[in-house]
Design a binder for this molecule. Structure first.
Ligand SMILES: [Ca+2]
Length: 521
């Protein structure tokens, strides 16, 4: 709204300031598109510059970094799908939002306060499309269309208010089309909009789409230095997990290496139609033949499995990257780019062979960190890089603040809006609290909580174990050596113990709370 100076002079100063106020209040609130993939490691985004991503670039996700800000240390509070999603929605730690793990868990209490509900109440058009994974139906959305549980890659089922139906095609492309279709309607609603667009990809079992089937089949990816980790210098937790490429990753279901003689060729791929199956076989049959002829064993087999894993995982990501490009193009072509915030994140990080692992759960960097890139033209300086400790705990507050909606006092994160403006407050967090609960369970990662600072990490593994681990990320960025009992670190250890206890009090995650989530033995 432009103020007519002559009119303003006539009306007088008081009215002028109220006009200025109403002008500021009537600045359009930004549209917000929150794109979240599932298990997308930062190592697999080329804007983060890892060796793997040089062979499998993500030019469209990288566009968000060039247009806005890339975060080098966005940490999750509990590295597993459903709990991360619940933290994002509520801005509260798992023990307070009640959704602490994926398995053996009551559905998410959808009656509680979430940021989409608050946005909806504040006049935003809201939608949730894609992977939800919280057991209960979404609330706070004008429109929602979700995958059941983990969802399927090919011809997936979707659940809406009206029930369950099949959609033909590849899940990443379907979610993209549905999202753009919704934005196309929402942009004419007279309201600002907020979309949560949640990809299933690149979750296990990593089935590439029809357009990416052969993309990386002949590419050899660089191996992480710790692929053949023997877990020496660490405690039982690293030794007793069940998420190794060597032992846990399955040849048939995970790597799709069906023996030619197998009558179970369709196991895991049984949603494909004959045409999709034929296209798949054309690419995978020669790989399968070659594998069984090679008779690999030992470290050669681990190395082969790692390559197959990367080829499929990164091909799934290529479709996600294309999807991000389509959304960005759509915004540009429809004049929405300037007033739309685009956030790209994963639900958590993931191991791409580091420590010989796949999967997540541990408070070690690869799964503790999640990629985060945000563009907000006019507010976030293009090409900026942030090294502050931010968290998925902050997402709800940040999005509310972007939308100028008051942040409820019981949310536990911090609005990143000042950080996005390049003005990190002096009292921004210097340490981050983590708590993982899903044990005993698949992958056997023991329960643990801990504190991380910029340089150090103190972790307590508990339940059927009582072990402390301390890592110095500066001297040991790959977290290969627990220095908890090294006298050199005695003072640092004491300091971290004190700070950890303070954080547990601050976030209301005391021993009492911890015990309430223990399984009955
Ligand atoms: Ca996940």
């Amino acid at each position: 709204m432009k103020i007519d100076i002559r009119l303003a002079t006539t009306l007088g100063l008081t009215t002028l300031s109220s006009l200025a106020l109403s002008q500021s209040a009537s600045q359009p609130r930004p549209n917000i598109i929150y794109i979240m993939s599932d298990d997308h490691a930062f190592q697999a985004i080329s804007a983060y510059g890892s060796p793997i991503s040089k062979h499998a670039p993500t030019p469209n996700i990288d566009r968000i970094a060039s247009n806005g800000m890339i975060f080098n240390r966005c940490l999750v509070t509990n590295s597993i799908s459903g709990p991360c999603r619940a933290v994002v929605l509520t801005g509260k730690y798992s023990h307070l939002n009640g959704f602490v793990k994926n398995e053996g868990q009551a559905p998410f209490d959808s009656g509680q306060q979430t940021f989409p509900k608050l946005l909806q109440q504040a006049g935003y058009a809201t939608a949730m499309i894609g992977k939800w994974h919280l057991g209960s139906d979404p609330t706070g959305f004008d429109h929602w269309e979700i995958l059941p549980g983990q969802g399927n890659y090919y011809n997936p089922d979707f659940i809406t208010k009206d029930g369950r139906h099949v959609e033909n095609g590849y899940v990443t492309e379907i979610i993209t089309d549905k999202s753009i279709e919704w934005i196309n309607t929402a942009k004419n609603s007279g309201k600002p909009f907020m979309l949560m667009m949640h990809h299933k990809a690149p979750h296990r079992e990593w089935q590439p789409g029809p357009n990416e089937l052969s993309l990386y089949k002949d590419v050899t990816f660089p191996e992480p230095a710790t692929l053949l980790d023997d877990y020496s210098n660490r405690g039982r937790a690293a030794k007793e997990q069940d998420m190794t490429i060597s032992r846990t990753m399955r040849l048939i279901e995970d790597l799709k290496l069906y023996p030619e003689s197998a009558t179970t060729k369709n196991v895991g791929l049984n949603r494909m139609n004959p045409e999709q199956m034929a296209a798949w076989d054309k690419v995978y049959d020669p790989i399968i033949r070659h594998f069984y002829e090679s008779k690999l064993s030992g470290n050669d087999l681990i190395r082969f499995k790692y390559q197959r894993y990367m080829q499929d995982y990164l091909a799934c990501i290529a479709a996600v990257d294309k999807s991000v490009g389509e959304v960005l193009d759509y915004l540009k072509e429809n004049g929405l780019e300037k007033n739309t915030v685009v956030i790209y994140a994963s639900d958590q990080g993931f191991y791409l062979g580091e420590h010989g692992w796949f999967d997540k759960r541990f408070m070690f960097e690869e799964s503790y960190r999640t990629p985060l890139l945000i563009q907000w033209p006019g507010t976030v300086k293009a090409g900026s890089v942030n090294n502050d400790i931010v968290s998925n705990l902050d997402f709800a507050e940040t999005i509310l603040d972007m939308a100028k909606v008051p942040v409820p006092a019981d949310m536990q994160g911090m609005s990143m809006v000042p950080v996005l403006k390049g003005k990190t407050p002096s009292d921004w967090r210097k340490e981050h609290y983590y708590h993982y609960y899903e044990y005993p369970a698949v992958h056997s990662v023991k329960r643990h909580y801990g504190i991380s600072t910029e340089r150090y990490k103190l972790i307590h593994f508990y339940y059927d174990i009582d072990e402390w681990e301390l890592y110095d990320l500066k001297s040991d960025p790959e977290e290969m050596k627990n220095v908890y009992n090294d006298p050199v670190y005695a003072t640092i250890k004491d300091d971290l113990h004190k700070r950890l206890e303070k954080l547990r009090v601050k976030y209301k995650d005391t021993d009492e709370s911890l015990k309430s989530f223990l399984p009955s033995k």
